[in-house]
Design a protein. Structure first.
Length: 111
């Protein structure tokens, strides 16, 4: 998607602080962190929202989820963290390329 912010980040056209990537996943620091640790875990494949995911390969979401414990451990928060997927405008989604927020660190507020 040529007009997608996260596709441009994945392609290296917009800078990001990348912490991990493989053939399916790109992980980078959120530009406006809401917690001490705030990463975005993103499929390299453009999928707009969670609602589109069911039409595609289910292994994509599994790959994202299975990476989370390792990412949390690398960030020093293996004992606890929060994951969020906002879906759609009414669900608070601003960037329409599926992503998991990985949040953690000191003073993570109650939900
Ligand atoms: P969401 O509201 O779930 O769509 O989350 C989008 C997230 O992308 C927000 O937490 C933003 O702070 C973050 N974001 C927006 N632009 C950038 C960027 N250029 N680099 C890193 N994170 C970004
Ligand atoms: Zn995209």
């Amino acid at each position: 998607m040529s007009d997608c912010l996260f596709c441009k980040i994945i392609a290296g056209e917009i800078p990001s602080v990348c912490l991990y990537q493989d053939d399916a996943i790109y992980v980078f620091k959120d530009i406006a962190p809401k917690a001490e640790v705030h990463l975005l875990v993103v499929p390299k494949q453009h999928i707009a929202t969670l609602n589109e995911l069911k039409l595609l390969d289910e292994t994509v979401i599994a790959r994202l989820m299975l990476q989370l414990p390792e990412l949390a451990a690398a960030q020093g928060i293996p004992q606890g963290y929060r994951t969020i997927i906002n879906c759609g405008k009414e669900g608070g989604q601003v960037v329409f390329h599926l992503h998991i927020h990985l949040l953690g660190g000191k003073n993570l507020p109650g939900f």
